[in-house]
Every structure is written in structure tokens, then in C-alpha cells.
Design a protein around this ligand. Structure first.
Ligand SMILES: Nc1ncnc2c1ncn2[C@@H]1O[C@H](COP(=O)(O)OP(=O)(O)OP(=O)(O)O)[C@@H](O)[C@H]1O
Ligand SMILES: [Mg+2]
Length: 289
């Protein structure tokens, strides 16, 4: 039977029953602070908790989720953008049963997409006919349109910082632009590569003080700290997630705790009225309620 249409909402009955998806972007402003490692291991930990998790590699020009996980994708987002395949064909399975949408590396045109194409990439997830609980989005470094759009489109943004002055200033710059230009008013902070729990808290306090002073309308929450960990580096060398390769290691345990906290976040009851991942499922839920 062909899918029934709901013209007012431009929805079809085919994915009418799909539950809403919690979306979380991982970002940071500065390069090399551990965004991709946090994304990959957060996704693996959430999958380990039984959450149906999709990890999107949104570092469009220099993708490396597939490399970190030792995956060999047949298709990437570059094939999707050029119309060679559908989103469903790009998805492959990673550790702990998580699903991965890999991007391409070294395709300059992917790093230079137009703002409307970034919006298009967000909206293409509406067509996905899969039951999911959580989407994790690994963003690129910087404050380019792609980073801003993917953060804006996610319900929560995790900003990763580490103990370097430029990390705090870049994180602040990113939060400022997200709040002023994209209406993001809530940010989760993870301190990475810390040498002690106090260092993690101290990094958060530093960032939170400067945000409070200059950006009164953004609320920050300290989500947790991940220690500097040689097991994580070893897992990277073996192209595995530390969460699955060395689950008892300090970094894996810290990320597992962050995953438990994130898994408890309440899904927003209604769309925020702007660009948003899986917005159709949310509208539909409201429409049927
Ligand atoms: N907790 C940690 N302990 C030890 N090393 C870490 C930790 N987190 C990340 N690293 C190392 O830091 C480097 C950068 O990590 P990663 O690629 O995740 O950063 P990124 O922010 O995604 O970088 P980019 O901005 O280039 O995308 C990697 O070599 C990784 O092994
Ligand atoms: Mg990265």
C-alpha cells in the first residue's frame, strides 16, 4: 500500500510511528581537543546502554570517524551529496551495534558546501526509515557555517575543551557565535585530557566565568571530564573505540559516565521552530498526541 499523505504537514504515513530522536552535536572551536574521540566513544557507550545510536561524521572535509573505527565505507556523504546514493546506503555498522554515517576526506568541495546544502544535509535525515534513539554529530574545528548549522540543528551541543589557553578562547568564541547568530542558549561542557578532576572543574569554571560576564543569556552545564589516557591513544592506534577495546580504562569509564548522564536527558516536547535534525518525527509526535 502506498504511504498515506498528510498534506498540511507534508508528512507520509510510512514513518508515522517512528519515535523522536535525541540529537547531540560535539564541537569545540579549537582543533585537536578530542571532539572525534569523544563522539565515537560516546556513541559506542550509548549503544552499549541499549540506545539505538547513529554517529554522523560532520567533519565534511577532513572526516575521520571511519579511520578511528577501522571501517571501510562503500559510500560516504560525498556520494549522497552528488546524488550517487541514498542516506540509507551510506550507513554502516560500527562497534557495539552503533550505526555510522561516514564522510569523505580530502574532497575540498565537501568542505565548501553552501549554507543551503548544510541545511539540506540536516533535512535529509527526515527521510530515514530507521528506529533510532540518539544521533551524535561530530563536527569540524572552527566556526564555519557547517559547524554552526549542525550545532543549531542538534538539541544539545557539547563543547569540548582542554587545558590550553586557545581552547578556552576558541570555545568562548564558538559559544558567542552560536548564541548570537543561531539562538543556541544552552551548552554542555566536557573537559578532555585532564590530569586531575580538579583540572576539569577548573577549565569549566574558567569558561563559565567568561560566558557569564559577556554572554548573559547562555547557560552552561558541566557534563564531565575525561582524563588524559594512554589506553585511548592505544585504541586510536588499533583503530578501535576505547569504550569497546578497553572499557575499564580511565577514559572509557569517564565517557561511559557522560553517556549515562546524556541518556537521561529529556527529549524536548516540541520543535524549536528552526532547523532541526529529525524534526518530522517530532512534529508527527505532537500531531498524533
Ligand atoms: N582523553 C585523551 N587522552 C589522550 N589522548 C587523547 C584524548 N582525547 C583525544 N586524544 C588524542 O588527541 C588527538 C586529537 O583527538 P581528536 O581527533 O579526537 O580531536 P578533534 O578535536 O576531533 O580534532 P580535529 O579538530 O582535527 O577534528 C588524537 O591524537 C587523540 O588520540
Ligand atoms: Mg575531529
Amino acid at each position: 500500500m502506498p504511504p498515506r499523505e498528510y498534506p498540511a504537514l507534508n508528512l507520509t504515513a510510512a514513518n508515522h510511528s517512528l519515535a523522536p530522536v535525541r540529537s547531540i552535536a560535539v564541537t569545540g572551536g579549537k582543533g585537536g581537543v578530542g571532539k572525534t574521540n569523544l563522539s565515537v566513544n560516546l556513541a559506542a557507550s550509548l549503544a552499549g546502554l541499549g540506545k539505538r545510536t547513529l554517529l554522523l561524521d560532520a567533519d565534511l572535509g577532513l572526516a575521520n570517524v571511519d579511520v578511528l573505527l577501522g571501517l571501510s565505507p562503500q559510500y560516504t556523504l560525498a556520494d549522497l551529496v552528488s546524488g550517487r546514493c541514498e542516506l540509507d546506503e551510506v550507513i554502516l555498522e560500527g562497534p557495539a551495534g552503533m550505526l555510522v554515517v561516514p564522510a569523505a576526506s580530502g574532497r575540498r568541495h565537501m568542505a565548501e558546501l553552501q549554507p543551503a546544502q548544510h541545511v539540506g544535509l540536516v533535512n535529509v535525515f527526515n527521510d530515514l526509515q530507521r528506529e533510532l534513539d540518539i544521533l551524535i554529530v561530530d563536527t569540524a574545528a572552527g566556526i564555519t557555517d557547517s559547524v554552526l548549522t549542525f550545532c543549531q540543528a542538534a538539541q544539545d551541543a557539547i563543547v569540548v575543551v582542554c587545558d590550553e589557553p586557545a581552547s578556552i578562547t576558541d570555545a568562548y568564541a564558538l559559544i558567542k557565535v552560536l548564541s548570537r547568530e543561531r539562538g543556541v542558549d544552552r551548552v554542555q561542557v566536557v573537559a578532555n585530557m585532564v590530569r586531575s578532576p580538579a583540572e576539569g572543574r577548573g577549565l569549566y569554571d574558567k569558561l563559565s566565568r567568561v560566558c557569564e560576564r559577556f554572554l548573559g543569556d547562555v547557560s552552561l552545564n558541566f557534563l564531565g571530564a575525561v582524563p588524559h589516557c594512554d589506553w585511548l591513544r592505544m585504541a586510536v592506534q588499533r583503530q578501535q573505540a576505547v569504550a569497546t577495546a578497553y572499557p575499564a580504562s580511565p577514559s572509557a569509564r569517564a565517557i561511559a559516565e557522560i553517556a549515562r548522564r546524556a541518556a537521561r536527558w529529556e527529549a524536548p516536547a516540541a520543535p524549536r521552530g528552526n532547523i532541526e535534525f529529525f524534526v518530522d518525527r517530532m512534529i508527527r509526535q505532537g500531531a498524533v498526541a
